[in-house]
Design a protein around this ligand. Structure first.
Ligand SMILES: [Zn+2]
Length: 223
């Protein structure tokens, strides 16, 4: 996980909210009707579309596991669940986009979370400062409630995710060896770090970029 900088709320959402009375917004289940009414989906990729805007905000990675996602195989995530927080169901700050969530018996992210609430995670703050990674692909936190969110609610240490992160770490090492033989300096690592902190030309962050940034920063701090 890493802090998500949200862009401007999509017009489709602003328009829809204006068409619903405050009473209904706070009392009824209205999100599904929004998707139905606006026909939000992968066929309408124009700017102003909710799904498109969330992907753009997040650089085409899942809000929790940072795996690559696209318009298909992704889900709109209500951070505070719709069933318990009706007033937030069409609030843009409560909306994110996550991966499709794995398969039965090994669910993760939004699918695993379901109607549960995260007690410690806040995606709009620097959540990355409270987590660390192991070279084996594990994601850990010294904070008890965050650790529970990571493992019990989101299952971010599922065997598949651990394997994927381990591979991403190995790829980073290969890339660094290929780019430079001999001693690395702070500035040469900083260059790679800056690349991962930014989206590429397609507006995408690297898969698991939170972890890549973590290891590169760690390496810099040791020099
Ligand atoms: Zn995910």
């Amino acid at each position: 996980m890493i802090k998500i900088n949200k862009g401007i709320e999509p017009k489709t959402l602003t328009k829809y909210r204006a068409s619903i009375s405050l009473k209904d917004r706070e009392g009824k289940s209205i999100y599904e009707n929004f998707e139905h009414k606006t026909q939000e989906g992968c066929n309408s990729k124009e700017v102003g579309n909710l799904r498109f805007q969330l992907l753009e905000d997040q650089g085409y990675v899942c809000c929790y596991c940072l795996s690559r996602i696209g318009c298909y195989k992704s889900k709109i995530e209500h951070f505070k669940p719709q069933s318990k927080h009706r007033n937030l169901q069409i609030n843009y700050k409560n909306l994110f986009i996550s991966c499709s969530g794995g398969f039965n018996g090994n669910f993760r992210c939004d699918t695993k979370k379901g109607d549960d609430e995260l007690s410690s995670v806040d995606l709009l703050t620097n959540i990355e400062n409270h987590i660390s990674y192991k070279k084996t692909g594990d994601i850990i936190s010294n904070e008890q409630f965050l650790e529970e969110d990571i493992n019990k609610i989101l299952n971010l240490n599922s065997p598949i995710l651990i394997e994927l992160r381990k591979q991403t770490y190995s790829d980073l090492i290969v890339l660094m060896k290929r780019q430079k033989s001999g001693t690395w300096t702070k500035s040469s690592i900083q260059k790679i770090l800056n690349k991962y902190k930014q989206k590429n030309k397609k507006g995408q962050y690297a898969e698991h970029y939170g972890m890549l940034i973590y290891f590169l920063q760690k390496k810099i701090s040791k020099l």
